[in-house]
Design a protein around this ligand. Structure first.
Ligand code: GLA
Length: 386
């Protein structure tokens, strides 16, 4: 947990003056994977881990940033063009500020200190948390508040323009909108959403981080996106009105799938069935049927592994081990090729699960997993004001 008081003290020691603090959470997606950029449905929750920005305004156009995780400083001036260093941490906060400025927000200069306990590369949206926290902080201290949907869109734009990742809207949206105790069912085309009660009763949600991130991740993500667009182009021969895989029902797909060569056919099948699973999972949650919810998680993993091919050995080892240990549900979460699994299990079996899954993972991969137990938390807010 981040110690807000000590962050304020560190800020005072570096810049002087009392800062305001803003936080934005990471997320774990319960189900609805690789559906967001296809206009489909996702069902994530915000987690305990977060990014926090301590900030105070300046009277000029300079923004000074201290990244507490790296103990490094950066700065930029709103009156000067973006320079940036490819791959450097400062591109995200600066990019977010520049994107917001580009939308017409009148932002003041600022001193800020950023700290995050969302692990990078774990599939838990550390960069979305940083972008949303920075955006909320800068707009609030500049008296230029923006709508939460615009905040999420600006954070997504930042990933596209300043990190080269053509991500969907899920991570930023849930970081900006989540309600504690609820999952967020988001229609990624209309951006309409529903807060679905996430009542665990005598169950618990456990994230297992593989602690690997394969090099392939970024390029494979963009390839999958392109394959989905190709599927839409080909299916339009039969269904001229469709614009995204979201528009294709499973029966339409079955009728027209001969139009799709391999592996485009299986990519499309994943997206179309995952949309159906996500809506079914939200219904199961509403009925408190966690058994059915868990079954849908397992099926989602199988589809991501076999049809979408974004899993990897380490993720499969964790899901297989969770299955052997009697989890109600288990699946990879996030983009894939490493990162984490999300698991639903009986609270009474928690200790046994944690001990054994770590041992099984180590024995089968030679690696250590990190176990994170989480509940569903609220979205971005000013600290002390939520
Ligand atoms: C990453 C992206 C999201 C989403 C997932 C896959 O986390 O940031 O937009 O596409 O992958 O569901």
């Amino acid at each position: 947990m981040i110690d807000y008081a000590s962050l304020s003290e560190r800020f005072k020691a570096l810049y002087g003056g009392d800062p305001r603090l803003f936080r934005a959470p990471g997320r774990v997606n319960l189900i609805g994977e690789h559906t967001d950029y296809n206009g489909g449905f996702v069902l994530p929750i915000a987690i305990d881990l977060e990014a926090v920005v301590a900030i105070s305004p300046r009277t000029d156009t300079l923004v000074r940033i201290h990244a507490a995780n790296f103990d490094e400083d950066g700065e930029f001036d709103f009156s000067q063009p973006f320079v940036g260093t490819p791959g450097h941490w400062s591109n995200l906060p600066e990019g977010m500020a520049r994107v917001l400025q580009g939308t017409g927000a009148k932002l003041s200069g600022a001193d800020m200190m950023i700290i995050a306990d969302v692990p990078g590369g774990a599939g838990l949206s550390s960069s979305a948390a940083v972008c949303v926290a920075v955006g909320l902080a800068l707009t609030e201290i500049s008296d230029a508040p923006i709508d939460r949907i615009e905040l999420a869109k600006a954070a997504q734009q930042t990933e596209h323009d300043y990190a080269g990742a053509k991500v969907g809207i899920m991570d930023q949206f849930v970081s900006a909108h989540a309600e504690p105790g609820h999952a967020l069912l988001l229609d990624c085309r209309s951006l309409e959403y529903d807060h679905v009660p996430f009542l665990l009763a005598d169950n618990v949600l456990v994230i297992c981080d593989t602690n690997v991130k394969h090099e392939l991740a970024a390029s494979a993500y963009n390839t999958r996106r392109a394959e989905c667009e190709e599927a839409v182009q080909l299916l339009r021969a039969d269904q001229p009105d469709i614009t995204q895989l979201r528009d294709v029902s499973f029966s339409d797909f079955e009728r027209s799938c001969e139009l799709l060569p391999s592996p485009i056919r299986s990519r499309a099948r994943h997206v179309i069935t995952e949309n159906e699973r996500t809506l079914a999972a939200a219904e199961a949650l509403k009925k408190g049927d966690l058994h059915r919810f868990g079954q849908l998680m397992f099926r989602s993993h199988a589809s991501l592994r076999d049809d979408y091919e974004v899993s990897c050995k380490e993720l499969d080892v964790l899901v297989d081990a969770a299955t052997e240990l009697g989890a109600l549900g288990s699946r990879m979460t996030g983009g894939g090729f490493g990162g984490s699994t999300v698991n639903l299990l009986k609270r009474s079996g928690l200790d046994n699960f944690c001990t054994h899954i770590s041992q099984m993972y180590a024995a089968r991969t030679g690696l250590q997993a990190t176990i994170i137990i989480t509940e569903s938390r609220g979205g971005a807010s000013e600290v002390g004001c939520d």
